[in-house]
Design a protein around this ligand. Sequence first.
Ligand SMILES: Nc1ncnc2c1ncn2[C@@H]1O[C@H](COP(=O)(O)OP(=O)(O)O)[C@@H](O)[C@H]1O
Ligand SMILES: [Mg+2]
Length: 251
Amino acid sequence: MRTIALFSLGGAPGVTTLALALAGMWPVRVPTVMVEADASGGDVAAWRRMPSGPGLVELAATARNDTAFTPAEQQDVLLDHTQRLPGGQSVCTAPVTTDRAGGAVRLLAQHPGVLRPVTDTVTVVDLGRLIPRAPAVHLAAFADVALLVVGDDVAQLKRAKESIAALRLGISGLGLVVVGGSGGTGQVSRAVGAPVWGRIPVDERGGAFLRGEYHQARPRRRPLLAAARRLAHTIIDAEESGQHLAEVNAS
Ligand SMILES: Nc1ncnc2c1ncn2[C@@H]1O[C@H](COP(=O)(O)OP(=O)(O)O)[C@@H](O)[C@H]1O
Ligand SMILES: [Mg+2]
């Protein structure tokens, strides 16, 4: 039972891409759902030429209208509002425009329990760009793991460094994921002041594959997807060692 939130502070470092990859590459055979809870609008339905519903709007409306779910019903609520990508991945897509997506994220932030299904389902939530005091902050705080995705460039790292203390106040167990660059992550971790949970390589074909634009015979071998799998292992290991959960429980 895990809810993993991914977000950025600006730019487009690859939050949606990583959320899809992480859900798709989860190394344990449990159902995973990628939820696009980006208040500025979703991309997945457009990328994959799918209708945007049933998805986030319907999920948020259901969560609002009926809060008296039994745990088993709560499980179904999320799964009932997903579609399957051709490879089988379940996704709960957001509408493309911010007026509709923003309203749904606001509602969902008031009823976040639907993001935490009761059985072993893993939910990977794409919160897009986190804005201070926006409803999505509540969803990041609700998640078991909240990962700030940053591109390995001066502006994004500086923004992360200057924001990390404020983020920590509301979001426990915060980690960083760096996209691009190379080498060890110790320097980034020290510079920003938060643990780096993984580095995701720039991988154009991997990105195109996740957008549904590029056929891959063995997509799992793409550097982007392999790195997402390593990140999933890091999350699982941290949880098993109690390292992160201790922080979550203390909040
Ligand atoms: N690791 C990566 N390597 C190559 N391209 C990537 C990677 N991550 C994302 N992209 C591409 O960059 C663009 C923005 O990614 P996206 O996931 O939409 O970012 P965000 O959700 O942070 O705005 C997309 O075209 C996506 O395919
Ligand atoms: Mg996105």
